[in-house]
Every structure is written in structure tokens, then in C-alpha cells.
Design a protein around this ligand. Structure first.
Ligand code: GUN
Length: 283
């Protein structure tokens, strides 16, 4: 078993990106909006802003209280979107329950959509177009699989989870790579899920359910990618995979933490640079 070391690869990617950003004719800017007090979101945003700094991206941070109105949130997004120094805009999710998230995200134009959430970018991904800004977690997983030279063409991949942020764009990316992908979700018959997983070359788990993938579901030699991150009762972190029992069966597996998480942030930085280069090409 070998670990898919996202921390290591993300550091390499960030170092390469820092060189490109240094050579870019103007400062590259990322706008980040955080609304409310979700502690996990606060940590993610802090990490994203620190990552920007580490590779020379200028961050424009806006914070609004949990009680912010729809109009206030929309105004903050529009201010970021309309700032020519801001090449990418990220609205940290989840937004407070009283905010209509889709109406907020709709204000981000595709060319500044560094999360790859807009219909235009999902459509470009589906069409395998090079100018797509691709959702950061799926893009990070693909980069990690490529770095470890894990073949995808013709391989049987089970994607567990069909969220707009991870599962759906990951399925599209894998299709574009020539993989045979099966998209499973919470409604999938558990016995069928197990049977599928047991014949899979690669299993990617993004369900938000701690230790959903257990050893009896994994074919010896499979590659396992864990997108989950949860705090256990004893204060440790765990993923959607029962790592202790699954890892010995695998050929490659992502650790939690240090696997997918750092890759997501690295891809956010790459997308921001890509958005800046595309803006420069249009100018
Ligand atoms: N919340 C959890 N993951 C993400 C992400 O990738 N982007 C944003 N904007 N919010 C998130």
C-alpha cells in the first residue's frame, strides 16, 4: 500500500505556481466571501487565504455576520465580481439557511467562477473543453491520480456521492479520461453498492458519512480516494473510509488529513491563475 500524498503534491504545485505568478504582468487576485460563523468554513477560508499568500495571490476577503440579509450578501458578491483586480470569486458554502445560495452564486460570471460551480463551467466540463474552470476537489483528485501514474482509461471507477461540488464533476472528469464510471449515492441499494465496489479498480468516496467504505467492500489492490473529513469523538480526524481496515487491502489510498484536502486548495490557486491568464488574453 502506498499513500497518495496530497500534501507533498500540493506543495510542489504551489511552488511552481508561485514562479508563474511572479512572472505574470499584474497581481493575481482572489475574492473570498464568508458569511456567518460555521467553524469548519472559517478554518477552510483561513487556509485558502494563507495558501494564496504562500504563492503570491492577493486575497480580497469579505466577512458578513450570520444575520446578513440576502441583499447584503449579493452586494458583497457583486463588489468582488466587479473589481478588476479580482480574477476569481469564491463564496464559501454552506451559506446560512435563510440565504438563497443559488441566487448568490448566479452573480458570479463563469470567467471568475474559480469553484467551477456555474452551469457554464459544468457544461464546459461535460463537453471536455479546455477553458472550463473545474471544481477544485475533483480537479485535485485527478491531479493526484495522474501524479502517481494511476491509469484511468478503461478502468472501472465507483464514485460514491453525487453532489454538485464533488460527485457530479468528478464523474464527468473521469468520463473524459475514458474511465467506466458508476455514480452511486445514498439511494443506491447497499448490496449493489458493495458488489460494484468489490469489482472496482478505483473507489472515490464523497458522502459525508464517516467510515462508510469498509474493508468488506474493497477489492484487494484497488485504489481508494477519500474526500470526507470528520472530527471523531476522541478529537481525531477521519474520512468516509474506514482507513485502518481498508488501507492494507489497497494499492494506493489517500490519507485524511493530507490527501484530498490540500489538493483542493492547490486547485483553487491554479484556477485563480487560469482565470487571470484568460482575463489577460481577453484584454
Ligand atoms: N464548502 C465546502 N467545500 C467547498 C468548496 O470547494 N468551495 C466552496 N466555495 N465552499 C465549499
Amino acid at each position: 500500500m502506498e499513500l497518495l500524498n496530497g500534501k507533498l503534491l500540493s506543495e510542489r504545485i504551489r511552488a511552481e505556481l508561485a514562479e508563474k505568478i511572479k512572472a505574470f504582468p499584474k497581481p493575481v487576485g482572489l475574492g473570498v466571501l464568508l458569511v456567518g460563523n460555521d467553524p469548519a468554513s472559517a478554518v477552510y477560508v483561513r487556509n485558502k487565504i494563507a495558501a494564496c499568500k504562500s504563492c503570491g495571490i492577493v486575497s480580497f476577503e469579505r466577512r458578513l455576520a450570520e444575520t446578513a440579509t440576502q441583499a447584503e450578501v449579493e452586494k458583497a458578491v457583486l463588489e468582488l465580481v466587479n473589481d478588476p483586480a479580482v480574477h476569481g470569486v469564491l463564496v464559501q458554502l454552506p451559506l446560512p439557511a435563510h440565504i438563497h445560495a443559488e441566487a448568490v452564486l448566479r452573480l458570479i460570471p463563469a470567467e471568475k467562477d474559480v469553484d467551477g460551480f456555474t452551469p457554464a463551467n459544468i457544461g464546459k466540463l461535460a463537453l471536455n473543453r479546455e477553458d472550463a474552470l473545474i471544481a477544485c476537489t475533483p480537479a485535485g483528485i485527478l491531479a493526484l491520480l495522474r501524479f502517481y501514474r494511476i491509469p484511468l482509461r478503461g478502468k472501472k471507477v465507483v464514485m460514491i456521492g453525487t453532489s454538485n461540488i464533488v460527485g457530479k464533476p468528478m464523474t464527468l472528469l473521469l468520463m473524459n479520461e475514458g474511465a467506466t464510471v458508476t455514480a452511486c449515492q445514498s439511494k443506491t441499494d447497499p448490496l449493489y453498492l458493495k458488489a460494484l465496489c468489490r469489482t472496482a479498480d478505483i473507489i472515490i468516496v464523497a458522502t459525508g458519512k464517516p467510515k462508510l467504505l469498509t474493508a468488506d467492500m474493497v477489492n484487494p489492490g484497488a485504489v481508494v480516494v477519500d474526500v470526507g473529513i470528520h472530527r471523531t469523538e476522541d478529537g481525531k480526524l477521519c474520512g468516509d473510509v474506514d482507513f485502518a481496515n481498508v488501507a492494507p487491502l489497497t494499492s494506493f489510498i489517500t490519507p485524511v488529513p493530507g490527501g484530498v484536502g490540500p489538493m483542493t486548495i492547490a486547485m483553487l490557486l491554479c484556477n485563480t491563475y487560469l482565470a487571470a491568464t484568460m482575463a489577460e488574453a481577453r484584454a
